[in-house]
Design a binder for this molecule. Structure first.
Ligand SMILES: O=C(O)CCC(=O)C(=O)O
Length: 281
């Protein structure tokens, strides 16, 4: 094991999540936060839309060198490697920026629902760049929910929902059982692609800023007909299930913007075919 203790890895396997883990120092978190505020303040507050308009807050590692570096943080990759092995791709990434006082929230969902990946080995690292606690609207996870398998979700239109289609688990959720994922700036959590989670509005006195990075082992494939792209961040890719993505040379340079546009367009195209993908599992 490179980063996780046996008991931390066991917690992930048994409960579907583990935290807190240290990604980098509070000072480094502050400099990433400054980069987020410099580059993403004007982006639409919702992560993306099915209209295909790419937001800087979705896959920012294709647009900004700071984000390309964040998704390659060695300590995060070490922990992910302990769970899924040494050959690691970034499949997706979302900047979750909840301004103080904002009513925005995330409904109960499983990340895997609209990703169309098989097998279900995708891990989300949620990296805190500011304080994340119940007041600021931290992520809340239902322990052991990853053992239930893929659950049915329905789409909901509500402008306060931060998911692109407001996808929500249809079954009744016992929210009292949920565990708040409390993180300090520079800490991160890992959760399983089938772990049911949500987050409430930010009633605190600071913005809550985190980055959710979706890592997969190179053996995982996308089950839909769309050829998708992903970024190899560790090891080698002997499977080539995804087209490789180049890293940005500078903030929003023309080549990077084109790569980002292309990657997002493919992702949203794939996401439209999700019901078929869900059946393919
Ligand atoms: O940041 C949030 O409030 C939600 C994050 C989330 O749903 C995720 O990282 O999968």
């Amino acid at each position: 094991m490179k980063m996780l203790s046996e008991s931390e890895a066991g917690r992930y396997r048994d409960e579907g999540y583990v935290f807190p883990l240290q990604a980098f120092s509070a000072e480094t978190a502050a400099s990433y936060r400054a980069a987020v505020e410099r580059t993403c303040a004007d982006a639409a507050p919702r992560p993306a839309t099915l209209t295909g308009t790419p937001s800087y807050r979705v896959k920012p590692y294709l647009l900004f060198p700071w984000a390309a570096s964040l998704v390659r943080t060695a300590s995060i990759l070490d922990a992910v490697e302990d769970l899924i092995g040494p050959d690691i791709l970034v499949y997706h990434t979302t900047l979750w920026w909840k301004t103080k006082g904002s009513p925005n929230r995330v409904p109960w969902h499983q990340d895997g629902t609209y990703f169309g990946l098989a097998p279900h080995e995708h891990v989300t690292a949620w990296v805190a760049l500011s304080t994340s606690n119940p007041r600021t609207g931290c992520v809340r996870i239902l322990p052991r929910s990853h053992r239930t398998g893929q659950m049915a979700h329905g789409d909901h239109r509500d402008s306060t929902l931060m998911l692109s289609r407001g996808q929500t688990v249809q079954a009744e959720i016992d929210a009292a059982r949920a565990v708040p994922v409390v993180l300090r700036p520079g800490e991160f959590s890992l959760h399983h692609t089938l772990a049911v989670h949500a987050s409430d509005p930010n009633t605190g006195d600071d913005d809550r800023i985190g980055i959710g990075i979706s890592y997969i082992p190179t053996r995982v494939r996308h089950v839909g007909p769309t050829r998708l792209s992903a970024t190899l961040v560790r090891g080698r890719d002997g499977y080539r299930h995804f087209d490789p993505e180049p890293s940005p040379a500078a903030d929003l340079d023309a080549a990077a913007v084109a790569v980002h546009q292309d990657s997002n367009a493919r992702f949203w195209q794939a996401s439209r075919l999700i019901p078929e993908m869900a059946r393919a599992h």
